[in-house]
Design a protein around this ligand. Structure first.
Ligand SMILES: Nc1nc2c(ncn2[C@@H]2O[C@H](COP(=O)(O)OP(=O)(O)OP(=O)(O)O)[C@@H](O)[C@H]2O)c(=O)[nH]1
Ligand SMILES: [Mg+2]
Length: 330
């Protein structure tokens, strides 16, 4: 599985270069003045958003990123070159924490956004900088300063507008595939989806929203049952949750309550999000059975759909869009 949503590593800014001690040597000038240049600044370690990435997979191995050291100053007032920066590329939705004090250093959302996580040290001054009218021949210079070093924890929390939650096999991935160009794996057994998938849903009038499909939840997921609640963080930032219930499930109210329980255990603020209920796979029902499905559960509107016959999909898309708009303005 290539999906990695948490990594730990250390970063180290480059050391500043040393200032130089040097005196001018010219023909016919017996005692030249000081001309030692400054050391170059150490390079920075920088984290940068690159939307070609969708996971932190490529960062899982390396334990230390070190920027280049500044070069030492030289005679003839030549300053040392600045150390090379190191860029670490992450997908949009990456949160950066200082591992020691758990402080959030940045929440990187937009393409090309950058965050400096370890500054390079200052270069030392060369002896030329210490000369004055009364002190014309300083024979010392400064050392460069070490770069900043810290331990980081990076956490990816996908950025999606709406998230699908439901038991395994409820038809979440099939719906994502029916509404977007995403091609998640679909199969007739539970836990087909092992990592979140995102898809862009277009509404036909230039509006669009991002839909997230996550692995199925089962009762006790917060205790680690099934794949557990480990992917719920990826719906924490959505504005709307879509509860997926199988239309043939006689116990759909219990199924709904068990989903609510799992979300609450993970983070009860998930329950503050507006919800839509979807009854899936209605192509297997007769007209009469369809009529028996409730219009609302717990005050939330129900949308009966089939991702195969496409019945109800347009209405669902509009329903999601209306909720998104409403909660955007609210
Ligand atoms: N008849 C019918 N079958 C469907 C429909 N939607 C999904 N299915 C079938 O239901 C099974 C499960 O679908 P998935 O989309 O993989 O279910 P999921 O909720 O993503 O499952 P997990 O990834 O395991 O959590 C597959 O065999 C699908 O073909 C539908 O609208 N009608
Ligand atoms: Mg799936």
């Amino acid at each position: 599985m290539d999906f990695v949503d948490e990594v730990h590593f250390e970063v180290q800014g480059g050391r500043g270069g040393k200032g130089c001690v040097s005196f001018r040597r010219e023909k016919y000038v017996p005692k030249g003045g000081p001309d030692g240049g400054d050391g170059g600044k150490g390079g920075d370690v920088v984290i940068k958003v690159d939307s070609r990435f969708s996971t932190l997979f490529d960062l899982r191995r390396k334990k230390l990123y070190r920027a280049g050291n500044g070069l030492h100053g030289k005679g003839k007032n030549m300053h040392g070159k600045q150390g090379k920066d190191v860029e670490i590329h992450v997908p949009p939705g990456t949160l950066v924490y200082d591992e020691e004090n758990c402080m959030c250093l940045g929440d990187l959302k937009n393409e090309h956004e950058v965050l400096i996580v370890a500054r390079g040290g200052k270069g030392g001054k060369g002896n030329a900088r210490f000369a004055s009218a009364t002190f014309q021949a300083p024979d010392f210079s400064e050392e460069g300063l070490p770069g900043f070093r810290r331990k980081l924890r990076l956490e990816l929390k996908l950025l999606a507008d709406a998230g699908l939650v439901g038991w395994p096999n409820a038809g979440k991935s099939t719906l994502l595939a029916a509404l977007s160009a995403a091609r998640p794996k679909i199969a007739d057994y539970p836990f087909t989806t092992l990592a979140p998938n995102l898809g862009v849903v277009t509404l036909g009038d230039y509006r669009q929203f991002v839909l997230a499909d996550i692995p199925g939840l089962i009762p006790g997921a917060h205790l680690g049952k099934g794949l557990g609640d480990r992917f719920l963080r990826h719906i924490e930032r959505t504005r709307v949750l879509i509860f997926m219930l199988e239309c043939t499930d006689d116990q759909y109210l219990d199924t709904y309550s068990s989903l609510i329980r799992e979300l609450k255990q993970f983070n009860d603020s998930l329950l503050k999000k507006p919800r839509l209920i979807v009854f899936t796979k209605i192509d297997v029902l007769t007209g009469e059975q369809k009529d028996q499905l409730p219009e609302k559960i717990d005050g939330n509107i129900c949308f009966p759909i089939s991702s195969i016959s496409r019945e109800g999909l347009e209405l669902l898309k509009k329903g999601i869009a209306v909720h998104l708009e409403y909660h955007h303005n609210a």
